[in-house]
Design a protein around this ligand. Structure first.
Ligand code: SAM
Length: 221
């Protein structure tokens, strides 16, 4: 049941200053920024912590469906902010179902970068419909993504990698970014090991498959 998910009627109805008090409280009282990067299924928050100093001018949000895990990330960020004033003010985490509520939180074209690190593989064919990347969810992601925004995916599961590449490629609003064009992107190197799942895959000598996609202009518009 979803009755225990809190979500706003529309993005304007959400009080972002609770998540980002230092960033959003300008002297005039007007928000000067909005969330631009999403870590979908952020787990324990390792990527958020890594991205924070890399993009000090961007508001970055982790979305995590598990109550305990999201609480852990919220506490982790609180402790980091307390220990290092003026740092980590640009990252936050909320508990939500990213498959369902993105348009409630974010406006059309708002998001510049979206991350899917080691999403749950749902190995069995009968469970594939639960994969966080599928035809339906991709249309929602495309809606909140800006033109030329980038979506980064990493997994240790080859079958899931191929599934994601196939779904993004067939969707119509995304094109794959060739590996050669990723050389100068400082984010790419951080994707393999920043998150807790990435570290676990390294310890187990697992494979890591990367694929990056660009949100392209809607050819019908
Ligand atoms: N990205 C993290 C990392 O690399 O360490 C976590 C990877 S973990 C295998 C997948 C995470 O996605 C889990 O924490 C899970 O609770 C979360 N998740 C799964 N479905 C979700 C959904 N619909 N909305 C938000 N989070 C979800």
């Amino acid at each position: 049941a979803d009755h225990d998910f809190d979500y706003p009627r529309c993005p304007e109805a959400y009080d972002w200053s609770i998540l980002y008090p230092e960033v959003t409280n300008t002297k005039s009282g007007i928000y000067n920024k909005r969330v631009e990067m999403l870590d979908i299924g952020c787990g324990y928050g390792g990527l958020l912590v890594t991205l924070s100093p890399m993009f000090p001018d961007s508001m970055i949000l982790g979305l995590e469906i598990r109550v305990k895990v999201s609480q852990y990330v919220i506490e982790r960020i609180k402790a980091l902010r307390a220990n290092q004033p003026n740092c980590y003010d640009n990252i936050a985490c909320i508990r939500t179902n990213a498959i369902k509520y993105l348009p409630n939180f974010f406006k059309k074209g708002q998001i510049k970068k979206m991350f899917f690190l080691y999403p749950d593989p749902h190995f069995k064919k009968s469970k594939h419909k639960w994969r966080i990347i599928n035809d339906t969810t991709l249309s929602e992601y495309a809606y909140v993504l800006a033109e030329e925004a980038l979506v980064y995916t990493v997994t240790d599961v080859k079958d899931l990698h191929e599934w994601m590449v196939q779904h993004f490629s067939e969707h119509g609003l995304f094109k794959r970014v060739e590996d050669g064009d990723l050389k100068d992107d400082p984010v790419v190197d951080k994707l393999y090991e920043s998150s807790e799942e990435g570290k676990k895959v390294t310890r187990n000598n697992g494979d890591k498959f990367l694929a990056v996609f660009m949100r392209i202009k809607d050819p019908d518009l």
